[in-house]
Unconditional design. Structure first.
Length: 104
């Protein structure tokens, strides 16, 4: 049996902008630095805000058809550094999330 190992983890805070109905051009890339972490195997999102957030890999998507994470929720995605995850907040003031990029 083989295991998928992670050698280190980058962690940071990302503030997601508010989704405005009818506007889909303000998706924010979710990552720790200015680019996806090279060699990333997983990306973990912890929604620390009191609001629901929307996630997608398509920054032109309608949030009504995207994944949602409620307040306090956490998800881990097996996305390499070739995939960018984008997010928006469902409420005014935006949402503060914790992002972990796991590299191996």
């Amino acid at each position: 049996m083989s295991y998928d190992t992670v050698s280190h983890v980058l962690e940071g805070i990302v503030n997601l902008p508010l989704y405005v109905s009818g506007t889909i051009d303000n998706w924010k890339a979710i990552r720790v630095g200015s680019t996806n972490a090279l060699g990333r195997k997983y990306i973990c999102i912890l929604n620390k805000s009191p609001y629901k957030i929307f996630l997608t890999t398509d920054n032109t998507a309608d949030p009504a058809h995207c994944l949602e994470i409620r307040k306090g929720g956490e998800r881990i995605f097996p996305y390499s550094d070739k995939v960018t995850l984008y997010g928006l907040s469902a409420e005014t003031g935006g949402a503060r999330i914790v992002v972990k990029e796991e590299i191996g």
